[in-house]
Design a protein around this ligand. Structure first.
Ligand code: ZN
Ligand code: ZN
Length: 355
């Protein structure tokens, strides 16, 4: 079992996060946000394999790349098309669906489920390709406390934050890992075999198993041999106000979360500006990681108002609060900053836009 992640897009441009959960039985892929150009580095097979797309919110730097995702998957019927986001996600995505000419759709079929996430509940809307996505079918509301989505090897939780519009903070938790204690297996004189799989699958219906001609109770074997360890977890956090109440609330939710992937929009010297736009500074992101007891903090979604040397200063100030802070390693920011060049190939552009 494993959970791996990759930040898509480059420094100072739109970003997204691709998470891959390998449960041993299946590999599931989750995409968080879809800014402009974020999918350009992925193979078509990778885009076709994405199981869920989660939006933090629908500002254009988080959704501008959705056309590329939709272009690849609009007629996918090999697996469900599931998209998640804050209130109004279904409305906004329906506009995206209908931004194309459809005249051959009646012979094709694919179903899209778009879920608007509110605190404590989720409203799902279904769209059909054969209807040219013209009808928003209400699939109803379900209560949702804690887990939002449960896959084979993971659960996803969502917390509503404030960005002058609701933004969702996501936590991806790998399900507990179940392993057989091989030393206990040897001491019981049992030989490993296909029966081991039955012990790990808690959903199995058998009560007993025959090993070398002897019948054993599965329940007792589980108690004797199964070792359960907590899986990895990571958080995807971007574009929201992190004042003291939000810091307190979120650090409690993120307790035990190993990796925190968080926006690095503003220098702490620009705290007033960050608060005005309901964004974070790198020091606030680091404070959250420190209070949550995380193992590492990965900063992404950097503002292009700064130049590469500013980004390195922002990293240094975050590290003073939370030492294990870094940018995605493939951005190679350190080397480029030392060479005095902007990672985007030109000087940083001053900008007053803040999404
Ligand atoms: Zn935004
Ligand atoms: Zn943004």
């Amino acid at each position: 079992m494993s959970i791996t992640f990759h930040i898509l897009g480059t420094a100072g441009r739109d970003n997204a996060l691709l998470v891959q959960v390998d449960s041993g039985q299946a590999v599931e892929r989750l995409l968080f946000d879809c800014g402009e150009g974020c999918l350009s580095g992925l193979a078509l097979s990778d885009i076709l394999a994405i199981d869920h797309l989660f939006f933090s919110h629908l500002h254009m730097d988080h959704v501008a790349g959705f056309d590329s995702f939709f272009r690849c998957n609009f007629n996918r019927h090999t697996k469900p098309n599931r998209n998640w986001g804050p209130p109004e996600t279904a409305d906004i995505l329906q506009h995206r669906f209908q931004g194309f000419l459809w005249n051959l759709h009646e012979v094709m079929s694919a179903t899209w489920f778009i879920s608007d996430i509110y605190p404590g509940q989720v409203r799902t809307t279904r769209f059909e390709l054969r209807e040219a996505f013209a009808v928003a079918h209400d699939e109803g509301v379900r209560l949702c406390e804690g887990s939002l989505v449960e896959g084979g090897g993971f659960i996803v939780e969502a917390v509503t934050m404030e960005h002058r519009t609701p933004t969702l903070a996501y936590v991806i938790r790998e399900k507990p890992r179940r392993n057989i204690d091989t030393s206990r297996l040897a001491s019981l004189g049992l030989r490993p075999g296909p029966w081991v799989k039955l012990l790990k699958e808690l959903s199995g219906t058998s009560d007993c198993v025959v090993i070398d001609g002897v019948t054993h109770s599965i329940d007792q074997l589980r108690k004797a041999l199964l070792v359960e360890t907590r899986g990895e977890s990571l958080a995807y956090l971007t574009d929201f106000l992190l004042d003291e109440p939000a810091l307190e609330r979120l650090s409690h939710t993120l307790k035990g979360c190993g990796t925190i992937i968080c926006e690095g929009q503003y220098r702490h010297a620009d705290l007033a500006l960050a608060m005005k736009h309901f964004h974070m500074t790198t020091v606030l992101s680091a404070t959250l990681a420190q209070r949550a007891g995380a193992r590492e903090l990965v900063l992404f979604h950097l503002s292009d108002r700064y130049q590469a040397e500013d980004w390195m200063e922002m990293l240094r100030e975050a590290r003073q609060v939370f030492p294990n802070t870094h940018y995605p390693s493939h951005w190679a920011l350190d080397a480029k900053a030392e060479a005095g060049a902007s990672p985007n190939g030109g000087p940083g552009r001053p900008s007053d836009k803040s999404y």
